[in-house]
Structure formats: C-alpha cells, structure tokens
Design a protein around this ligand. Structure first.
Ligand code: NAP
Length: 347
C-alpha cells in the first residue's frame, strides 16, 4: 500500500450534555508521520457505532480512560495492516480493535499486542466484513456470553430481551432461539416488532412505545412470567419488567442505553422485588471475556455459514458520515448494528 500523507479523523469538540446536538465532533485532516521501528499503520476498513460511543462522549468516568476535548473520538474498528515495522504484524493482517474514528492510525505494535482488546481476525471469504463487528463481533459475543454464561439460559425457558431489534438484541434473540428458549422481544414500533416475529421467528414482540401500561402488557403476553431478562435498556423498561419476573429469575444487565447521555438518571422503583422474588441480577463486560472469545467466534461463524444466524446490519458509507449517524443510537433508528464503511482510497 502506498502511504498517504494525511489522515482524516473525528475530533471531540465538546462533551454531550443531555442528548446529542450534532456538533460534539469536528472533522480534521492531519499529517500522517512516517512509521518508526515497532509501529504499525492501520488502514480502517469499518467503524462500528455502538451505544458505548455515547458513554465515551460523556463527561463521565467509565470503564475506559476519559477522552479529553481535542482527542480523536474512540470506536470499535476493523482495520487492515497497511504497513508494519513490527515483527508480529504483516501487511494485509486484519485486526479488530478499539482505536480512533480515523481513516488511518499509526500505533505501537507492542501496545496493540498488550492491550487485551485487540484481536487478529481472519475474515471468512463468504462472510461480509461487517459481520465481524456485529453478528460475529462484540455485540454477538456479548449476547452469547450474557445469555449462556451470565444468564445460564436453558432450553425451554422464557426469555425477554429489551432493545431486541438493536445490534445486541438481535443477536440475543437469535442465540436464545438457537438454544431452544421461548423468546420475547421489546422494541419500539410496529416495523421492528414485525421484523422480530417474521424474520427472527420470536414467539412474540411487544411494541413498548404503543403500550399504555407496559407492565400490564408484558403480563398479558407472558402470563407465566419471565425466567431470564436480557436487559439492554434499563430505566423505565427494567421497572416494568421486574414485577413480571418469575421467582428465582435471572436478569442479565447488558447495559442501560436509555440512560446514556442524560444528565438525570431514572431511579428504578421496583428494585425491592429482587429480594422478594429471589432474583439474581448480574452485569458483565465483554472485555473481561476476550480470552474465551475464539471458541465463541468459531461456533458463531459456523452457525452463520449454516444459516442458523442472520447478519443484519445498518450500513453507512463513508467515515465523513459517521457523526450524522450517531443519533440513531438514541432514537432507535437502526435495525441491527450501525456500521460505517470507511472506503479508504489507498486500499
Ligand atoms: N455488557 C457488554 O459488554 C456490552 C457490549 C455491547 C453492548 N452492550 C450494551 O448493549 C446495549 C445495546 O447496545 P447496541 O450496540 O446493541 O445498541 P443499538 O443497536 O443502538 O440498540 C439499542 C436499542 O435500544 C433501544 N432503545 C434506545 N433507547 C431506548 C429507550 N429509552 N427505551 C427503550 N429502548 C431504547 C433502541 O431500539 P427501540 O427503537 O426499540 O427503542 C435501540 O435500537 C447497550 O446498553 C450497550 O451498552 C453491552
């Protein structure tokens, strides 16, 4: 690959306050220095837009170091090694990593090897690259680990998934079905609910936006109660599900997307039911499970090639369009994972 002189990146202008105003990031072109010994040039193939982007854009300490104003925005990317001065990386290798929202990045090869986040991947020729950030990527692994390891899901159990038409939800729904569970989804709007029933073959789907009393609607649709709740949303949705949990039920706290980017956090009122219903509620971070991921990835790749999983992503073309797509994370404007193909001219 001939090395470009400049790279383009989205840089943090200000933190998000109460929702996105669309000007949190600005587009910059910066000179790309020459590679030094031990360094690797990454050419970004695609950027995954995730709910965690809203956390990283907030002025709030999280599980990764706080980004500063003027820093390049952070994201999950798949990149090809464009050039390497490090023995562990060769031109053409693919990595799944967390780096900046940039078309090219120069990184220290030792840092990549030691960050416990970066993985080398060998994309299968019959699988689109975007599957490796969704179906076969962090959202797919989170759904698998969350349901099977944290939720201890067994065949025949009744599972409810919130944010079921989002990236993680779609995968949780498919994995729960593949595991032989009775699967219900919560999603906003008739179109998403239809997709969950018709395409993913869920037992039923509840349009939480159309429900006048969500707690009651859930009890009508799942009268025997929920045994495993895979919660992507938190807040009011969690409050409505808690009274519908069975005794000894499990709640997998995948995330609280309804609360991200909001200064005021919703106070869940039904938490005392955790005691009276003897519930187990457990959070997890997929980053803690990356050592086990090769096995999960191999299983899921086979399921995808066998047609047991579908790869459903919402594709955006061009890194320059990434910021404009970000609000979809808050409005639910995507079915499946939001993926931005970068389209590097030197690839
Ligand atoms: N624990 C982990 O390691 C891990 C890893 C990856 C992701 N996650 C978590 O998984 C969750 C989903 O992430 P994602 O990447 O799948 O995001 P996503 O594709 O944007 O899906 C999230 C869905 O949540 C729904 N939603 C958003 N705001 C809502 C609200 N106020 N009330 C009800 N539903 C709302 C939206 O659909 P509707 O149109 O249906 O509202 C949206 O499609 C996040 O909480 C994220 O932190 C956790």
């Amino acid at each position: 690959m001939s090395k470009p002189d400049h790279f383009h990146a989205w840089v943090i202008d200000h933190y998000l306050k109460d929702g996105l105003d669309g000007s949190e990031l600005h587009w910059e072109s910066r000179p790309l220095p020459s590679l030094k010994d031990g360094q690797v040039l990454l050419s970004t193939c695609l950027l995954s837009l995730d709910a965690s982007n809203l956390l990283w854009l907030s002025e709030r300490e999280d599980y990764l170091p706080q980004l500063q104003i003027g820093d390049i925005m952070r994201g999950n990317i798949i990149a090809r090694v464009g050039a390497s001065c490090h023995p562990a990386f060769a031109e053409g290798d693919y990595v799944l990593t967390i780096q900046g929202w940039a078309d090219y990045t120069i990184v220290d090869g030792d840092a990549l090897l030691g960050d416990r986040i970066t993985m080398k991947i060998k994309p299968h020729a019959d699988v689109p690259l975007d599957a490796y950030v969704g179906t076969l990527g962090i959202t797919g692994w989170s759904a698998f680990i969350g349901l099977m390891k944290v939720g201890q899901l067994k065949a025949g159990e009744r599972v409810l998934i919130s944010g079921a038409a989002g990236a993680t939800g779609i995968m949780a729904a498919q994995i729960a079905k593949a595991a032989g569970a009775e699967v219900y989804g919560l999603a906003g709007g008739a179109k998403k609910c239809q997709f969950l029933k018709d395409t993913l073959h869920l037992d039923d789907a509840i349009d939480y936006k159309a429900a006048e009393n969500l707690e009651q609607t859930i009890s009508q649709v799942i009268p025997e109660g929920v045994q495993v709740f895979f919660d992507n949303v938190g807040g009011e949705i969690l409050d409505a599900v808690l009274p519908n949990m069975c005794i000894n039920g499990r709640i997998v706290a995948s995330g609280s997307v309804s609360q991200y980017g909001h200064a005021e956090q919703y106070g869940v009122k039904n938490l005392p039911l955790i005691t009276s219903k003897r519930l187990r509620m457990e959070g997890f971070l997929i980053l803690d499970y990356l050592q086990q991921i090769n096995d999960v990835l191999a299983t899921m790749e086979t399921w995808l090639l066998d047609g047991k999983l579908i790869n459903k992503n919402h594709i955006i073309q061009g890194l320059e369009n990434a910021q404009a797509a970000l609000p979809k994370l808050m409005t639910g404007g995507n079915i499946g994972k939001l993926v931005v193909y970068v389209g590097n001219e030197f690839d």
